[in-house]
Structure formats: C-alpha cells, structure tokens
Design a protein around this ligand. Structure first.
Ligand code: SF4
Ligand code: SF4
Length: 144
C-alpha cells in the first residue's frame, strides 16, 4: 500500500513554503492542498513505500503498510524520531503492540562534517571520485 496521509493528523506543516513530506519524497509525489492545508500523495501507484515521508512527518500523519517480512498481517507501523534514535510502534491487527528503538547516528547532532574531512581535496570537477586517490590508499589514481 502506498503512503496515505491521515487528514486528521496532518497540519500542512503549518504553511511552510514546502512541507516536510514534499521536501523528502524522492519521487516528488507529495502535494499540499492549500485550501484544506492537508498533504496527499498525488500518484499512489508511483510510491515505492520508502518510508521517508513516514519518518519525517512531525505529526505522524503518514501511513504506509508495513512490509510482510517484518510486520505480518497488515500491522500499522508508526515512527517517533528523537535527536539520536527512532522508535517504531507496531500495532498488530489483534491489538498487540510492540515497540522497537534504534540509534540513528554515530555523531552528535550538528557535529557531522559535510565533506567527511576531505574539504581540501582540489579535484572536485575531475572525472575521479572526490576523495581519490587518498581514499583508495594508493599514491595515484589508476589509469590504463
Ligand atoms: Fe502533513 Fe506530515 Fe506532510 Fe507536514 S509532513 S504536510 S504534517 S503529512
Ligand atoms: Fe514518496 Fe517514499 Fe513517501 Fe512514497 S513512501 S510518498 S516514495 S517519500
């Protein structure tokens, strides 16, 4: 089942220029109905159920069917993010609820280096990878 926005929970991201689910969807599927201030998936058949919008929505308004390999029988799966972990609440059709909590980062929030410490590599525009040859452990990039 593709993503479904629960209109009772969605607040339209409080009228920001672009909603969180619009920002994150790799398929550009989410749109905001500005009259109702509710988001919706405009092409459900194009949704690959990646869970990005599910995880980023600040009001837990987006629902996607849990995959059968980890939540059988159509359980609902709702995430709650914090700065360093994510907790999934899984509610099975028989009413059983289970919660799973996972760390989501290895560096403190705001401390990640965008270029991973490779800022001084001069070859940004070359055909080589940005970090080569240092990241390969070789003295020079291999050529034919
Ligand atoms: Fe609504 Fe959530 Fe999308 Fe914001 S991120 S517009 S609250 S569904
Ligand atoms: Fe887009 Fe992924 Fe959400 Fe589907 S589940 S609407 S592909 S972000």
């Amino acid at each position: 089942m593709p993503s479904y926005v629960n209109p009772e929970k969605c607040d339209g991201c409080k009228a920001l220029d672009k909603t969180a689910c619009q920002h994150i969807c790799p398929n550009d599927l989410m749109v905001l109905d500005k009259d109702a201030m509710k988001a919706y998936n405009r092409e459900p058949e194009m949704c690959w159920e990646c869970y990005n919008c599910v995880k980023i929505c600040p009001t837990q308004a987006v629902d996607v069917r849990g995959y059968a390999d980890f939540v059988p029988m159509g359980a609902s799966v709702v995430p709650m993010r914090s700065t360093d972990n994510i907790m999934w609440t899984v509610k099975f059709r028989n009413g059983m609820v289970k919660r799973f909590k996972f760390p989501i980062r290895t560096t403190p929030e705001g401390k990640a280096e965008p270029a991973g410490g490779w800022d001084n590599t001069p070859e940004m525009d070359s055909a080589n990878l940005y970090t080569e040859p240092e990241s390969t452990g070789m003295a020079a990039v291999w050529t034919k």
